[in-house]
Design a protein around this ligand. Structure first.
Ligand code: SME
Length: 176
């Protein structure tokens, strides 16, 4: 695998996300276990935002608990120590999972039921990855500024979510 380039600052969010998605697709190795691919994606996301001076302090995944089906378990991430378990219907993540819809939060302090893992997180976006109507994992990105995520971020991160769904469906067959 070729070393990942530093993300030069892009002039637009569209260009930034286009490049991010293409790099994630080139990084994906279907022969590797799912968790290995997710681990690299969480680092790719975090440092791509950082290199583009997009104020992200946490990026990562929550995975559906295969035993206790009503909750999500912390998966690969970058950032400060995070909440390990999120029940469905709780917080931004749990609400996105329950409704099967993304959550874009301009101000975490104003979001009723927000689960605070890092007090520095002031805005957030969560994308649920849905398979057969069930949320199997969540992409969660936090920002240390208010109102960081808008329609362009939502559009592209949902596309990133569709890529993650393909990886999930293809890659979960790989045992390790
Ligand atoms: N804030 C999230 C919990 C996860 S942390 O952001 C990593 C929530 O309310 O669901």
């Amino acid at each position: 695998m070729a070393p990942i380039k530093t993300f030069e600052k892009k002039s637009s969010r569209d260009e930034f996300y286009q490049d991010l998605l293409e790099t994630a697709q080139s990084l994906y190795d279907p022969k590797l276990p799912f968790i290995a691919n997710l681990s690299n994606f969480s680092a790719l996301l975090f440092y791509a935002f950082k290199d583009n001076e997009i104020p992200v302090n946490w990026s990562g995944f929550y995975l559906r608990d295969k035993i206790l089906n009503n909750r999500f378990i912390l998966g690969p991430f970058q950032g400060k120590v995070a909440c390990s378990i999120i029940p469905i219907g709780k917080g931004v993540c749990g609400t996105a999972a329950k409704n099967g819809k993304p959550e874009v939060v301009p101000d975490t302090h104003a979001y009723v039921g927000h689960i605070t893992c890092d007090y520095a997180s002031l805005s957030e976006i969560v994308i649920p990855i849905m398979v057969d109507g069930n949320c199997v994992m969540l992409l969660d990105i936090d920002s240390y500024e208010f109102r960081t995520f808008g329609d362009v971020d939502l559009k592209w991160l949902m596309e990133f979510g569709e890529f993650l769904k393909r990886v999930y469906l293809e890659n979960r067959k790989v045992d390790y």
